[in-house]
Design a protein around this ligand. Structure first.
Ligand code: NAD
Length: 298
């Protein structure tokens, strides 16, 4: 057990359960979120509530953030007088969000000028993994900083040190998420085909899961949220679109052609246009259902 005080900014679908695990482990928390509803359970459990990111950074030496987009991470880190960079106590900022390597490099350089360290620590494993502490946590930062902050990150799951260069772990995360989104799109297409041909959706999923086509969509997302028709995996279409866009942009920057990645990005753009950025990203399957005129249920 520890009674170290840490800052946590952005206690939403992922940040909430991660921050909760820190309280369970004995850490004291100073939290900030633009949503009062998101911070309420933490205040009820004794966490300090800050009025700005700067206030969190004037309270804690280590500040973690789990925020939706690169722009929001940049603003929370550097923005106006209220950013983490203006905090008097902070020594290191840990970004648990999926923000791409671009913002990591830019923010790390500005924080370094004030003697504040930067850690990329994007995570994978969804809300279920965040609650259970079974996420994969991909980390890039100076080796010595990694040694210092790994005990905090271990509360979230298994850590992987990706290297010292800012943004490196973000590239690993983008690679993973592009694959996961590709699995969702391709699985939605074959499931719509199978059901329209007369196959039972459960039988087809069982066949694929015992065969060479199995993937994270057939093993988890379809059985859990699409076959029962709940479409509530807990990851927003807008965020998945952001991830895939960042991945394809990064590939383009590096001169790596991504034909399939481009198609997956467009499928997410259509899903977002049809169902909205806040819809659950399993609505990719709903799009295929509409186009094929079938329901993938069991
Ligand atoms: P979310 O929208 O549920 O949570 C984000 C939180 O940030 C919300 O509580 C929101 O109120 C808060 N917020 C927004 N703007 C803010 C600001 N300016 N200052 C302070 N707080 C602000 O999103 P999420 O699903 O928890 O995702 C967070 C990050 O984790 C994203 O980068 C996402 O890509 C990544 N991620 C999500 C999942 C998932 O399955 N949901 C999995 C892995 C990684």
């Amino acid at each position: 057990m520890t009674d170290q005080l840490v800052g946590f900014i952005g206690v939403g679908r992922m940040g909430g359960p991660m921050a909760s695990r820190l309280l369970d482990a004995g850490y004291r928390l100073c939290v900030y979120d633009v949503s009062e509803e998101a911070t309420r359970p933490f205040v009820a459990r004794g966490a300090q509530l800050a009025a700005s990111p700067a206030e969190v950074a004037s309270t804690a030496e280590v500040v973690l953030v789990s925020l939706p987009t690169p722009d929001i991470v940049r603003t929370v880190a550097l923005g106006g007088n209220g950013g983490i960079i203006n905090g008097s106590k902070v020594r290191v900022m840990i970004d648990l969000s999926t923000t791409g390597p671009g913002v990591a490099g830019e923010v790390a350089a500005q924080l370094a000028q004030r003697g504040i360290g930067w850690v990329d620590a994007p995570v994978s494993g969804g809300i279920t993994g965040a609650k259970a502490g079974t996420l994969s946590v991909m980390v890039s930062c100076p080796q010595q900083t990694f040694t210092e902050i790994e005990p905090v990150l271990k509360n979230f799951g298994k850590t992987f040190f990706a290297g010292e260069k800012p943004g490196l772990a973000q590239v690993a995360k983008l690679a993973n998420n592009l694959l996961a989104a590709t699995a969702m799109v391709a699985t939605s297409e074959v499931m719509a085909m199978g059901v329209k041909a007369g196959l039972n959706a459960r039988v087809l999923i069982d066949i694929i899961n015992a065969s060479s086509g199995r993937n994270s969509a057939t093993q988890d997302k379809f059985p859990r949220t699409i076959l029962p028709g709940t479409f509530d995996f807990g990851f927003a279409t807008g965020l998945s679109y952001k991830d895939v866009r960042l991945a394809v942009d990064e590939a383009e920057t590096l001169g790596v052609p991504m034909v399939v990645g481009g198609a997956v990005r467009e499928m997410l753009a259509v899903t977002k246009a049809r169902f909205g950025a806040d819809s659950d990203f399993t609505h990719i399957a709903k799009l295929l259902e509409e186009w094929a005129g079938v329901e993938i249920r069991a």
